[in-house]
Structures are given as C-alpha cells and as structure tokens.
Design a protein around this ligand. Structure first.
Ligand SMILES: Cc1ncc(COP(=O)(O)O)c(C=O)c1O
Length: 422
C-alpha cells in the first residue's frame, strides 16, 4: 500500500476512495488498452512540490521568477523526448492528448481549413473531428477509411483522390481503435503532394514507437506528431507535441500551446514526464514494448481459435477489437459488465459499420500494456483470453463466473503491480 498518512488524517472520504481504487487495481485485470501502471518514481514526481509553481512561458522565457529548477526539469523532459522519437523540437506542456491535438490544429490551420482524417467509426478519436466537439464548428473534417475491415488495409487510393479533390491542410494518421501498422511513407507523400502537413496522433502507440517495435512516422516524412504520455508510454496523464525538423512549425506550436490554449504548465506532471522518458530510454523498455506485442498476439491466437471475429483480422499492436455481438450474441455493453463482474476491466467499442448504436455497440476493445507491466507473459495472456471467452459464453452460470473471478484474483496475486521496472 502507498503512504497516504496525511490524507488519512485529514480527509476520510478521499482516503476511502484511494483505498478502494488501490484494491480495484491490485485485484483486477486491466485490459483497457489506453491504461497502464506507472512507476513509483513517476508518481513521486507527479505528486511533487512542483505542483506549487507557476511557470507560464518556456525554459529561459518565463513570466514569473524562481524558475531555476522548473527550467531544469522541463529541459530534461524535452531533451529526452527528442532522443526517444528523433524529433528536433518538442513541447511537453499540453495537459492532455486532446489539448495537444487542439493546439496542433490551431498552430497549423486557419478557421475553415480542412483536415483529412480516418473515419471515426474506423478507429479515429473524438478530437479527429467528432461532431460533439467544438472543433467541428471551426474546422472542416473529411474522411478516409479502411478498404477492407477484415484486413485493416487503409484505402490509400481513396485517401489520395479525396486529398486531391478537397486540398486539406492536414492529413491525420493515428487512432484509438485501429490495431495495424500504417504506410507512413504513402500518407506523407499524399500530404506533401497536396501541400498538407502529415501529422500523426501516436497517443495509443507512443510507447511502441519509443520501444522500437512499431514504425516511427518521422522516419517516413511526417512533419508533426501529437501524443499522450500515459498510455503505452507509461507516464503521467498528459500530452506532448513533437516537430520533426521545421523551426517555423515548432514556433507556431509553442505559441499555440501557450498562450493560445493553456495557462501555466503543470510542472509536477512535466517532472513526471521527464522521469517517464528517462525510463523509456532504458534498454528494458524495448523488452517491455516487444512483450506488449507478443502478449497481444497470444490473445489473438485464442480468439482466432474460438472463431471470435476480430476487426482487421487480429492485431499488429497492443490492442484487439472483437465483434462479440456478431460472434457470441452478447452486446458490447453486456460484455463490459459481465467481464467487470469477474474482475476484468475493458471497454465496449463501436466496430466499423456497426449495426448497433454507440451506447451499446457490437464490440469490445482490449489490450496488453497494463498486464505486460504487471509481468504477464504469453501463457498468462492466453489464459486471460480463454477466461474472457468462458465468461461471455457462460453468462448465466453463476458458479462458473465465481470460479473465473477467483482464478483472476489468484493470477493478480501472483503478479503484483511493480513499483519500478529497472
Ligand atoms: C488517438 C488519441 N488521441 C487523443 C486522445 C486524447 O487524450 P486525452 O484523453 O489525454 O485527452 C486519445 C485518448 O484516448 C487517443 O486515443
């Protein structure tokens, strides 16, 4: 257990919630592909004294005094991120992935400009132009899609034709629910042919790119990347924007993050980002990234053997999108609730061309970053996949579900959440 002694003395209600969450995380299997367990070092930095400090501006150019140490940690975070992703310019101040995307749009576009991104039902994120966001009041979003949802192949011919017709200013890659590699060279070539920026939102796979097990878009001509720092990268909740080599773009991005969108940076979070990037630069992070993929493949093998339909036919990344409604006649929401009841957390998810509505779609989305951090190997991941399918196929059998829950608890006891990864 962590030391919450001051909260315990001062605030019983918050203390009770912290204890509850500790137990939930300890005893349950976390399969939400955008979640992870951070090291104690990251948490120490995140809850550190830097939360007291106002640091509007950038290192060496702040609006307030007393910035000696904040400048050191922000520069450390920037330098480590540059090294991790091969970028010449990095802004580590975005409070979240959504903020990073919003700041990036306002840096690169004028109101009314067009963005060509993945169809949202094929894996794009809310900030890639969902009508519920304010972004769609300001910019015009148009779409490309997968050519074949059974293989995941993107329709690059359609992308090019749409780009030539609509002349977008950004072509956006990177998604929340798409499990395959992309042809970055093709996307960058199409973008540059029509005078657009090639931008990658690598939020989901930043850790896999940093760990060298998925391709780095900067190696294939991309101009800018946005990301979160809390998913596969295993850092604090936060965002970041990286520019490959163009100082003019980088300047616009800095102005857009602050003062354009945000106020004072969260210096405690930036210190935690620096710690996280330091961890990701270690050779052991490469091993971690490789295991995430192996573990996802082990789960894919079980789902395939049991004839459960997976969108794109499986995975080349950390996540799987399974059509549980089509395969097992259980809805995404029912599956999420059932699995929750046996100690497995994941999320319902719409699948491409879903026959059901977004609040109770046909799919579930799950992934291996958190269980891999916990030390699960391919054997344990295959077993988790079997237990998931057992749960969904024995949903009326209370005794069976109790047995599954107790096996999950034992598995979690055998693999405690680690404090550090070195
Ligand atoms: C691809 C992608 N971009 C951006 C975001 C937004 O990140 P945040 O929740 O930190 O705002 C997410 C989060 O799920 C994401 O998957």
């Amino acid at each position: 257990m962590n030391d919450y002694s001051h909260i315990q003395k001062q605030d019983e209600e918050v203390f009770a919630s912290l204890l509850g969450e500790e137990t939930r995380e300890r005893e349950g299997i976390e399969l939400i592909p955008s979640e992870n367990y951070v090291s104690k070092a990251v948490r120490e930095a995140n809850s550190s004294i830097f939360t007291n400090k106002y640091s509007e501006g950038y290192p060496g150019k702040r609006y307030y005094g007393g910035q000696f140490y904040t400048d050191i940690v922000e520069n450390l975070a920037i330098d480590r991120a540059k090294q991790l992703f091969g970028a010449q310019f990095v802004n580590v101040q975005p409070h979240s992935g959504a903020n990073a995307n919003i700041a990036m749009y306002f840096a690169l576009l004028e109101p009314g400009d067009t963005i060509l991104g993945m169809d949202l039902s094929h894996g794009g994120h809310l900030t890639h132009g969902h009508p519920v966001t304010y972004l769609t009041k300001i910019f015009k979003f148009i779409r490309y899609k997968m050519k074949d949802v059974e293989t995941g192949e993107i329709d690059y011919d359609e992308m090019r034709a749409t780009a030539l017709e609509h002349k977008p200013k950004i072509i956006l890659a990177g998604y929340s629910a798409y499990p395959r590699e992309l042809d970055y060279a093709k996307i960058a070539a199409i973008a540059h042919e029509v005078g657009a920026y090639a931008v990658m939102d690598m939020a989901h796979i930043a850790g896999l790119i940093a760990g060298g097990v998925m391709k780095n878009p900067f190696d294939y001509g991309f101009d800018v990347m946005t990301t979160t720092t809390h998913k596969t990268l295993r850092g604090p909740r936060g965002g970041m924007i990286l520019t490959y080599n163009n100082p003019e773009i980088a300047k616009k991005i800095d102005k857009s993050v602050f003062p354009g969108l945000q106020g004072g940076p969260l210096m405690n979070t930036i210190a935690a980002k620096a710690v996280c990037f330091g961890e990701a630069l270690k050779p052991s992070f490469k091993t971690y990234a490789a295991r995430i993929l192996e573990n996802a493949k082990a789960m894919e093998t079980v789902f395939k053997a049991k004839n459960i339909r997976m969108l794109t036919g499986g995975t080349s990344s950390h996540l799987i999108l399974a059509d549980v409604f089509g395969s097992l006649q259980v809805t995404g929401k029912e599956a999420e609730n059932l699995l929750d009841s046996v100690g497995i957390t994941l999320n319902k998810n719409a699948i491409a061309d879903d026959v059901r509505g977004p609040m109770d779609p046909s799919g579930i989305r799950f992934g291996t970053p958190a269980i891999t951090t916990r030390g699960f190997g391919t054997k344990e991941c295959a077993r988790v996949a079997e237990l998931m399918i057992d749960t969904l196929t024995n949903r009326e059998d209370k005794t069976k579900l109790e047995e599954i829950h107790s096996e999950i608890k034992s598995l979690c006891e055998a693999f405690p959440i680690p404090d550090s990864f070195t």
